[in-house]
Design a protein around this ligand. Structure first.
Ligand SMILES: Nc1ncnc2c1ncn2[C@@H]1O[C@H](COP(=O)(O)OP(=O)(O)OP(=O)(O)O)[C@@H](O)[C@H]1O
Length: 300
């Protein structure tokens, strides 16, 4: 189980995350959803151990997370494959490191199994440059799964893909998850993706600093059919609740600073007078304090 207790994170003097509390159960699929720039990646870095919280603690099975480890496999948005290695070699790199005690044949079979799991058996000997974005992300997912980690952490894994490829990958990853039942924390900015995939969706509210909002349980049976859920009243009501939570929090956060600007103590020359009353010689700039004092209120 993963727990974050009263976690906060700042960069220089900028506090990005505050009062973050999460408990993720073993085998649970949790999506964290938030606007861009809210602190989703910062949160993922804390869970993966790539960054340390300023306050609070991150625990895995009750033990503090002190750095990255093979018990938490990561998938990033940008595939992060080694371009000079083939699909199988990219996956083998992780497998060879984690299972040096296995025979060469055992490791090759493990790699092949995971290449097949993401439907890439036909492309096992291709290089990343020969693959589409969707295929590259399948390799990243296969590499993460091949590590047999307890936990899979995915940071906007499908955001760089077109909508159709994204939909296919969502369905494929969802059916892999139903077989494997790993603990998954998936970061997204797409409410439909979150509700289609997760057991539970947690909004990261764009307050300043950001904090987690109320968890929404998704009691929709699996396998979930993406066309059918669009007509499911539970799905529709969860979607509007989730969107409202995010929109309301954004609206509250909108700064209501009202600043008073005092204009400079000078009035510009009125050029219209030059044409309409050319006999007036005193047309030049005049001091504002000789006129009525004005202030302008700016409300952004
Ligand atoms: N290493 C860093 N140093 C300083 N500021 C940072 C650092 N990493 C992130 N930030 C700032 O923290 C805030 C949150 O960034 P973060 O990348 O966590 O957000 P995000 O929700 O993942 O955004 P996106 O969806 O656009 O990737 C931003 O204001 C960002 O500029």
């Amino acid at each position: 189980m993963i727990s974050l207790k009263n976690v906060s994170k700042s960069y220089a003097n900028h506090e990005v995350l505050k009062d973050i509390n999460i408990e993720v159960e073993e085998g649970e699929f949790v999506c964290i959803i938030g606007y861009s720039g809210t602190g989703k990646t910062s949160l993922m870095n804390l869970i993966s151990g790539l960054a340390k919280p300023d306050t609070g603690e991150v625990l895995l099975d009750g033990k503090p997370v002190t750095g990255p480890g093979p018990d938490r496999a990561l998938v990033f948005q940008n595939y992060s494959l080694l371009p000079w290695l083939t699909v199988k070699e990219n996956i083998a790199l992780a497998v060879n490191q984690l299972y040096p005690q296995w025979s060469k044949e055992e490791r090759a079979a493990h790699v092949d199994k995971h290449v097949a799991m993401v439907k890439l058996s036909h492309a096992g000997d291709k290089f990343p440059r020969e693959l589409s974005g969707g295929m590259r992300q399948r390799v990243s997912v296969a590499r993460a799964l091949s590590m047999d980690s307890k936990v899979l952490l995915l940071d906007e894994p499908l955001s760089a893909l077109d909508a159709l490829t994204r939909a296919t990958l969502q369905d494929d990853i969802s059916s892999i998850w139903q077989r494997e039942r790993k603990t998954v924390i998936w970061i997204t900015n797409d409410p439909d993706e979150a509700l289609l995939l997760a057991d539970r969706v947690i909004p990261l509210l764009p307050t300043s600093p950001a904090t987690l909002g109320k968890s929404l349980l998704v009691p929709i049976e699996r396998p979930r059919d993406r066309k059918a859920v669009n007509h499911d009243p539970v799905f529709k009501s969860l979607r509007s609740e989730l969107i409202n939570l995010l929109l309301e929090s954004k609206a509250k956060q909108r700064v209501s600073i009202s600043r008073k600007l005092v204009l400079p103590d000078i009035l510009p020359e009125d050029l219209r007078m030059r044409r309409s009353r050319p006999w007036i010689s005193d047309r030049g700039p005049r001091r504002r304090n000789e006129q009525k004092q004005e202030t302008i209120e700016l409300v952004p």
